[in-house]
Design a protein around this ligand. Structure first.
Ligand SMILES: NC(=O)c1ccc[n+]([C@@H]2O[C@H](COP(=O)([O-])OP(=O)(O)OC[C@H]3O[C@@H](n4cnc5c(N)ncnc54)[C@H](O)[C@@H]3O)[C@@H](O)[C@H]2O)c1
Ligand SMILES: [Zn+2]
Length: 374
C-alpha cells in the first residue's frame, strides 16, 4: 500500500504486515489487496466505537463486508474469562465462522481480550489488531501474545495467536490522554536501550516533539519501535531466547505495578522505574557503564516519566513478586542488563541482597524488609 510504512513480521505462512501511517485505517479497509473476510466483528470500547469504530464499520460495509460490533467497558477488569464468554455469545449470534475475522480496536486490554477470543473461537479465527494507544501500537498489538486475567493473577490464561495484520493510524492518538502517551513512551525508550541506539539518540533530541505528537517525530518513534518488536518476534516467536530482551525494565517494573496497584502506576511508568532499577543494578555488578544509566535517567525525566520507586512501597512484597514472576526460573528473577545503549544481555542472575539495597536506594520502604517466603 503506497504512502504508508510497511513492516513485516516474518513467520513463514503466518507472516503479516504492520501498516503505519495517517489514514491507514480507512485505506486498509478499502484496499482490495487486503482480501478482507465477508463477516467481521469489531470489538472495542463504547468511546472508541463512537470516535473511530462507526466510520471503520461504514467503510468496511462499502466493501461488501457484514460488520457486527461488540462493546466492552474500558478498564483492565474487562480482561476476564467472563468477558470472553460474553464475546463468544456475540460471535455465535453474529454467525462468525472459520472464514470470518475479528477486528480488535483499542489498547492492550482490547487487543489481549479480543485476540484471545479469536484464538479460541472455533479453534482459532483471524484477528486484525488496530491499536489505539501508543503502548499497543509499539508493543501489545505485535507479537501474538493474547490472554486474560484471573482473580488471583494477571495474564494467567492465554494463547499465542499472531494477527493477520496490524493497522496503526497515529491520528487516533490525538484523543488519548497525555498520561497514556507518556506511558507508551516508556516502552519506546526501552526499544532504544535494547536494540535501537539511533532511536534513543533521536528521543534525546526530540522528546518534546514526540510527546506533542508532532507527526514526523511520532511516525519515527512508532515505526522504529514497531520494527524492533517485529524483528525480535520474527527471530524468536515463543520467547526461547532473544525475545527475553523485550523484558528489559519489566522485572522490577512488574513488581512495582503489582505492589503499587495497577490503577496507581501505568505499565509504561512502571517500566521506566524498572529500567532505572536494572541500570543501577547493572552498574553495581560492573556491567552497565555509569554514563548509560545517566543518559537513560535523563531521557526518562525529560519524557516526564518516573525514575524512583513510589514513596513508601514496601521492598518485601516487591522481592516476593519478582520471585513469582512468570519469567523467573526456580524462584530467581532473570534480569536483562544493559551493557550500552542498544546492547543488553538477558538471563542475568543478581543476588537478592543487592536487589533489596538498590530498590531501597531508589525509594522503596526498607522497614518492610523481605519476607523470606519461598
Ligand atoms: N500482549 C502483549 O504482548 C502485551 C504487552 C504489553 C501490555 N499488554 C497488556 O496491555 C494492557 C494495557 O494496555 P493499554 O495501556 O493500551 O491500556 P488500555 O487498553 O486499558 O487503554 C487505556 C485507556 O485508554 C482508552 N483509550 C484507548 N485508546 C484511546 C484513544 N485513541 N483515545 C482515547 N482513549 C483511548 C481506553 O479506553 C482505556 O481507558 C494490559 O492489560 C497489559 O497486560 C499486553
Ligand atoms: Zn511492557
Amino acid at each position: 500500500m503506497s504512502g504508508f510504512t510497511e513492516i513485516r513480521v516474518e513467520l513463514g505462512d503466518r507472516s503479516y504486515p504492520i501498516l503505519v501511517g495517517e489514514g491507514v485505517l480507512d485505506t486498509a479497509a478499502r484496499s482490495p489487496g487486503a482480501g478482507l473476510p465477508r463477516r467481521l466483528l469489531i470489538v472495542t470500547h463504547p468511546r472508541l466505537w463512537d470516535l473511530y469504530g462507526t466510520s471503520l464499520a461504514r467503510t468496511l460495509a462499502t466493501q461488501g463486508c457484514t460488520v457486527e460490533h461488540a462493546l466492552v467497558p474500558a478498564g483492565e477488569t474487562s480482561k476476564s474469562l467472563s468477558m470472553v464468554n460474553r464475546l463468544y455469545r456475540v460471535m455465535a449470534s453474529a454467525g462468525l465462522d472459520r472464514s470470518s475475522a475479528v477486528i480488535a480496536l483499542g489498547g492492550g486490554v482490547i487487543g489481549d481480550l479480543a485476540g484471545f477470543a479469536s484464538a479460541t473461537w472455533l479453534r482459532g479465527i483471524d484477528v486484525i489488531q488496530v491499536p489505539t494507544t501508543l503502548l499497543a501500537m509499539v508493543d501489545s498489538a505485535i507479537g501474538g501474545k493474547t490472554g486474560v486475567n484471573l482473580p488471583f493473577g494477571k495474564n494467567l490464561v492465554g494463547a499465542f495467536h499472531q494477527p493477520r495484520a496490524v493497522w496503526i493510524d497515529p491520528c487516533v492518538l490525538r484523543s488519548l490522554p497525555a498520561r497514556d502517551i507518556r506511558s507508551g513512551m516508556g516502552e519506546v525508550v526501552k526499544y532504544g536501550v535494547i536494540a535501537r541506539p539511533g532511536l534513543f539518540e533521536f528521543l534525546e533530541d526530540n522528546v518534546a516533539r514526540c510527546l506533542a505528537l508532532e507527526p514526523a517525530a511520532e511516525a519515527r518513534m512508532i515505526a522504529d519501535s514497531a520494527s524492533c518488536k517485529a524483528e525480535v518476534v520474527s527471530a524468536d516467536e515463543r520467547e526461547g531466547g532473544l525475545r527475553a530482551i523485550l523484558n528489559y525494565g519489566h522485572t522490577a517494573g512488574h513488581a512495582v505495578e503489582k505492589v503499587a496497584g495497577y490503577r496507581r502506576v501505568r505499565h509504561g511508568e512502571a517500566v521506566a522505574i524498572g529500567m532505572v532499577v536494572a541500570a543501577k543494578l547493572g552498574e553495581r555488578i560492573g556491567m552497565t557503564p555509569p554514563d548509560v544509566s545517566e543518559r537513560l535517567e535523563r531521557l526518562l525525566v525529560s519524557a516526564r516519566l518516573p525514575v524512583r520507586v513510589p514513596a513508601g512501597l514496601p521492598v518485601g512484597p516487591m522481592v516476593d513478586a519478582m520471585r513469582l514472576d512468570k519469567k523467573a526460573s526456580s524462584g530467581m528473577p532473570r534480569w536483562v542488563i544493559a551493557r550500552g545503549i542498544g546492547h543488553v544481555e538477558p538471563g542475568v542472575e543478581i543476588p537478592e541482597s543487592l536487589v533489596v539495597e538498590t530498590l531501597c536506594e531508589l525509594g522503596a520502604d526498607a522497614k518492610n524488609g523481605h519476607t523470606g517466603k519461598p
